[in-house]
Design a binder for this molecule. Sequence first.
Ligand SMILES: *[C@@H]1O[C@H](CO)[C@@H](O)[C@H](O)[C@H]1NC(C)=O
Ligand SMILES: *[C@@H]1O[C@H](CO)[C@@H](O)[C@H](O)[C@H]1NC(C)=O
Length: 391
Amino acid sequence: MKPTHKLLFALCTILVLAFIYYSSGKLHQLVWGQKPQSVAEATAVVLTKGAEVRKIPELEPDIPGGRLVGSVYDKQGFLLQLDTKLPPELIYKYGNLSEGMCKPGYAAAKMTVIYPKFKKSAPMFLDRNFKLLAKASKYLPPFGIRTQERIIDSILTATKNYGLGKALDSLTCKRCIIVGNGGILFNKSLGSRIDDYDVVVRLNEAPVNGYSKDVGTKTTMRITYPEGAIQRLEKYEKDSLFVLSAFKPLDFKWLRQMVFKEKLRGTEGFWKSVAQYVPRKQTEIRILNPYFIKEASFQFIGLPFNNGLMGKGNIPTLGTVAITMALHNCDEVAVAGFGYNLNMPNTPLHYYEGVKMSAIKESWTHNIAEEKKFLRKLVKANVITDLTNGI
Ligand SMILES: *[C@@H]1O[C@H](CO)[C@@H](O)[C@H](O)[C@H]1NC(C)=O
Ligand SMILES: *[C@@H]1O[C@H](CO)[C@@H](O)[C@H](O)[C@H]1NC(C)=O
């Protein structure tokens, strides 16, 4: 080796050693440091100065209080700054509409501002092309329809209808409200405001008869699963679509029996008693697109993926599934009767029965706290309007 080469070699070695020494000090800080700021700084240093030390994004979720300084999105992909305005052309477009008029595409536009990954297109209900829904076909229930294709085929052949009906499907701007079952609806006289929406969505057995002053009289659809469906026939409203949100394979089998008015043989596999008969014509029955369960759980709330299988705490509540459906299919979205206030144990849990808030149990399937964080983002950013301010 020539002397100049030797010198260069020595110099390089010193530089490399110095760098390693420097970064290990920073890394030490990275592991033990308590302040997120120092982590962000150290990460930036590592990123710019050393190609061989790759970025350390895995650390992000473990830092108390959250996120890297400078990042504008949380780990779900929502903007941290939720009071962000619409793009100017939309402000102009909507600003021109007279007060109270339905704003076309408003909910999706707002959602896209705070959550750029949002893709609007996802049909409400399964139709004859359901096998082409790549998003849903890959997963087992409740996140998809895999293994249930034949049974769904036979149901859809009989129901022959896959939309909301002519009048609603042809509206150029649809305003939807999801009516939750919360006690917060009680004695608020919101009935007529709820009835003003084009599409009124109700969940499970939440009654209308006898509560119309508070919850309205209109029901466009009732989304339910077998254990949640109304059992006493006189409790059904006159006309509404009966929409199954399936959580397990058995739910599709149950729906087929309801569609073909077959006698239900045995109820093992259900976690409580189920309706034996649904007083609806075949043409009034729908299957909710399971994509909304998957998207709500894994994308929006960030519940455990569990290889795409149902597991502890990864099933969103039906209310959140319904809101997710509305974000994709309605121009404006409102909710009422959402939110449990656990600090008020003596207030009613539901608007229609005496059960108190304190009766709410730790749930194996749901994660109410994480779900609430997601719903709060929607309310805060004005993606949805909360008529009862419970979220
Ligand atoms: C908004 O209203 C103004 C005046 O009323 C009109 O000139 C303009 O074309 C409207 N813009 C849109 C996007 O409708
Ligand atoms: C319902 O609200 C009205 C006033 O808005 C009040 O007078 C009445 O006592 C309330 N009823 C119950 C049962 O809380």
